[in-house]
Design a protein around this ligand. Structure first.
Ligand SMILES: NC(=O)c1ccc[n+]([C@@H]2O[C@H](COP(=O)([O-])OP(=O)(O)OC[C@H]3O[C@@H](n4cnc5c(N)ncnc54)[C@H](O)[C@@H]3O)[C@@H](O)[C@H]2O)c1
Length: 458
């Protein structure tokens, strides 16, 4: 892999020790010392962590970051809701008593909380609903911090472009970036995709990707009103029940199906990922799809669909067929498949049939926690200054989900270049508990839903 070009000086602890000699040539030691933690950390240093978005995944990611080898400390937390932060802090304290030091003045609440928490850390974990990710990532890189950010990294094309721009900055500043598409750290995927890149199924003719299951939680307006002791503002409600609003979640094609779309994207690259961002990422040229909502039609179901089916067409003529569905008691399947001139592959199953028949060994299949491995790998890169920037593929895989939604909501064939350059920004103009939201309920408490053939998405 190519070493990222560093236009800024990179100062790891080893670099710092070497650079001490430079003091004689007029380099201010104090300045080097303050830059040290922002730009790198040696194996012996305590790495300070901030958690932004203290829900289920954020708390899990903080646990995993604190479980990496070497000294780590959780020093700051930020969340939109105080109760979420307090619950997460208690859990983390229970698990990592000596590694959690977040006094009241390092607990930050509200829309701007992220800025203050980021300022206190070497590494920040970004795990809010995805709508905020590009904003938070940009700020973390601006402040010179290493990042672990959950997927998706954006919910619209402007957000994707913002993430790519910040990824470029991260490389210039030698900051390491991990993205929570954990299959990239899961031995069975790594081993199988290495074989696919080596030609195990021959030329790829087509691929398939599924995330079909029953769906996820619903956090109702009445439940929130009871907690608050008053009716919530519309912004409070949408933030609380974020899964069901496009500006926060991107729809379930973004929030969950991204994992499967990302695997196919990884396969289609035909080579290992280049964290320098200099190797262009292969992507589809156009996408067609259909979708709608059949069973998701309650007042707390916001505006998202409950099924999407898309065809992604690549320049080599191969097609990916993709399905995602949130409907209970229907066929459930989460998987990725490749069909080639010499065989077929079930990627997550680690099995290839045809000319190069193969099945992954038991030690590759079992006993690995990709959530932990992705943090081990990121912290190893930080401590040992290895090239590490997953934001480019994170951004492209997020765009795969977004273009799928553009196709299903509009019912049109969507060209990649148009979608990627789209100026349609789904986010609110301002962030405050009483600020206007991008969509609002009608007099019956229902939201408007995309209508294929009518809705404009690019
Ligand atoms: N990689 C995976 O397998 C995986 C699994 C689950 C979730 N995720 C991702 O993790 C992210 C979080 O999901 P979750 O399940 O933890 O959701 P969650 O609702 O449990 O947690 C989100 C937290 O973010 C907080 N928040 C919302 N807006 C905020 C803001 N502007 N600033 C600070 N905090 C804010 C919420 O109050 C909440 O505590 C999502 O992007 C999701 O897709 C990834």
């Amino acid at each position: 892999m190519t070493q990222p070009e560093a236009s800024h000086p990179t100062v790891t602890r080893r670099g710092f020790l070497k650079s001490s000699a430079a003091a004689a040539s007029g380099v201010a030691l104090a300045q080097l010392a303050t830059e040290r933690f922002a730009l790198g950390a040696s194996p012996g240093d305590t790495v300070k962590i901030a958690l932004i978005g203290c829900g289920g995944r954020g708390s899990g990611a903080a646990d995993q970051a604190l479980s990496t080898s070497g000294s780590t400390k959780l020093v700051a937390m930020a969340d939109a809701f105080k109760e979420r932060l307090d619950g997460s802090l208690n859990n983390l304290k229970g698990k990592h008593k000596d590694k959690v030091e977040v006094p009241d003045d390092k607990k930050f609440i509200g829309f701007d909380a992220y800025k203050q928490a980021i300022a206190l850390a070497d590494v920040v974990i970004l795990a809010t609903p995805p709508g905020f990710r590009s904003i938070h990532f940009e700020e973390a890189i601006r402040q010179g911090k290493h990042v672990f950010m959950e997927k998706p990294v954006a919910v619209d094309a402007p957000g994707v472009r913002r993430v790519i721009a910040a990824a470029e900055e991260a490389n210039k500043k030698n900051l390491k970036v991990g993205v929570g598409l954990q299959r990239h750290h899961q031995p069975i995927y790594l081993e199988t995709i290495k074989r696919l890149h080596g030609g195990a199924v021959g030329e790829i003719l087509g691929t398939r990707a599924f995330w079909n299951d029953a769906g996820v939680w619903v956090r109702g307006r009445a439940e929130l009103a009871q907690k608050l002791g008053r009716p919530p503002t519309e912004m409070e409600y949408q933030m609380y029940n974020w899964y069901y609003f496009v500006w926060l979640c991107g729809d379930h094609i973004c929030e969950q199906h991204i994992h499967n779309l990302d695997v196919i994207q990884w396969v289609m690259q035909g080579r290992p990922y280049d964290p320098s961002g200099k190797t262009p990422i292969v992507h589809p040229v156009k996408v067609r799809g259909m979708g709608g909502r059949q069973v998701r039609n309650g007042k707390d179901h916001g505006e998202i669909f409950d099924h999407h089916a898309c065809q992604y067409e690549y320049a080599d003529g191969s097609i990916m067929f993709s399905e995602c569905r949130h409907i209970p008691s229907a066929w459930s399947n989460v998987s990725e498949h490749v069909i080639g001139t010499k065989g077929r592959c079930n990627v997550g199953d680690g099995s290839i049939t045809g000319e190069n028949k193969w099945r992954a060994d038991r030690d590759v299949r079992q006993g690995h926690d990709p959530y932990q491995i992705e943090h081990n790998d990121l912290f190893d890169a930080i401590r040992n200054d290895k090239p590490y920037n997953e934001a480019y593929y994170g951004a492209y895989s997020s765009m795969m989900s977004i273009i799928g939604r553009m196709a299903t909501y509009s019912g049109k064939e969507i060209e990649w270049d148009k979608a990627f350059n789209s100026e349609i920004d789904v986010m609110p103009k301002t962030y405050a508990w009483d600020a206007p939201t991008p969509t609002n309920p009608d007099k019956d408490g229902l939201y408007s839903i995309a209508v294929p053939g009518k809705t404009v998405t690019v």
